[in-house]
Design a protein around this ligand. Structure first.
Ligand code: UDP
Ligand code: MG
Length: 310
């Protein structure tokens, strides 16, 4: 059984010379016939040179060089589509996920009859605010999307060919891979680990990229935003019907006063609610538009997998 490991890389030149040897020695213990598929997501630093140098020494490293930065979900997708192992793992390239866990994942996958093994984070080291936001997202998302298994599982995972084919058969443009991976079902297992701080350099997923990813996850896996609008709309309607009755009564029984504050406040209130609802509807329209464009998720500039050339 051949194993492939997919790693997205975006401006990680300082990490590669530590990353590759650690990954290699972890994979050696599984099967020396492994392949490492590194996706260079349009790095602007020396990452690609570092990677090609590593490949020169070891042809088991394949490099997909994307035509620009497409974001890490697309980079993962590119690598997963290219990988040809019977078992395929995915892992971030910043050593926040320990490669040393791969043999344990493989053992569980193959000898305990699982189709998918995800790494579950029991704790996170590193930036406190970011970890708080991530933790809160996982707490809410699990409940919203009814993907109970998902809490605290990220991209770090391993799956067999059958599960991978199912995952790749969903060709939606707006992608949240951990959600999709849980959605497909099959027998899912976990290994627990502590998520380290990144070994070196700044996170490439800043807070705003993370928020976009969170919004993608929520909008594509849950109806909650629509439900909130609908519920608030219904409550609002009841409240304003009662208020309308009161106004009519006031008119009939002659105790109506010139109400500047109440008029202005209800206009403000209704106006802002409508704007929020329009925003939510807009999010959906935007997503429908994105899907209907059917643009490729990434373009490959060059594949380094030819045995003859470097
Ligand atoms: N990454 C990528 N493209 C991007 C952003 C990140 O390929 O546009 C890679 C990055 O090099 C790293 C992994 O995705 O290997 C995770 O990125 P990061 O550590 O910034 O994410 P976080 O740990 O904050 O979720
Ligand atoms: Mg990271």
């Amino acid at each position: 059984m051949k194993i492939s490991l997919v790693i997205p890389i975006y401006n990680e030149e300082g990490l590669i010379d530590e990353l590759i040897p650690r990954v290699k020695s972890a994979l050696e213990t599984i099967d020396p016939q492994f392949e490492i598929v590194v996706v260079d997501d349009g790095s602007a630093d020396g990452s690609l040179q570092k990677l090609t140098a590593q490949r020169k020494a070891d042809k088991r490293i394949k490099i997909l060089s994307l035509s620009r930065n497409f974001g890490h979900q697309s980079a993962f997708t590119a690598g997963l589509e290219y990988a040809n192992g019977d078992v395929v793992a995915m892992m971030d390239g910043d050593l926040q996920d320990p490669p040393e866990l791969l043999p344990e994942m493989y053992r569980k996958l193959t000898s305990e009859g699982y189709d998918i093994i995800s790494g579950k984070r029991t704790a996170r080291k590193g930036n406190k605010t970011k970890n708080l936001v991530t933790g809160l997202f996982h707490f809410l998302f699990k409940r919203m999307a009814h993907l109970e298994d998902l809490e605290n599982a990220g991209n770090f995972s391993m799956m067999n060919r059958q599960a991978l084919n199912a995952l790749l058969s969903m060709d939606e443009r707006v992608r949240y891979l951990p959600g999709l991976r849980t959605f497909i079902g099959f027998r899912q297992g976990f290994v627990e680990y502590v998520r380290e701080d990144r070994l070196q350099g700044e996170p490439k997923m800043n807070l705003s990229k993370l928020l976009v990813l969170a919004a993608d996850a929520i909008f594509s896996f849950s109806r909650l935003p629509i439900r909130i609008c609908l519920t608030l709309g219904l409550v609002g309607t009841v409240v304003f019907m009662l208020a309308g009755l009161y106004v009519l009564a006031a008119k009939i029984f002659g105790f109506a006063v010139l109400g500047w504050p109440s008029t202005v406040l209800s206009i403000y209130f209704l106006g802002s609610i409508q704007l929020i609802f329009l925003g939510v509807v807009g999010e959906y329209v935007y997503r429908i538009y994105k899907e209907s464009q059917k643009r490729p998720l990434y373009f490959i500039k060059k594949i380094y997998d030819n045995e003859e050339e470097a």
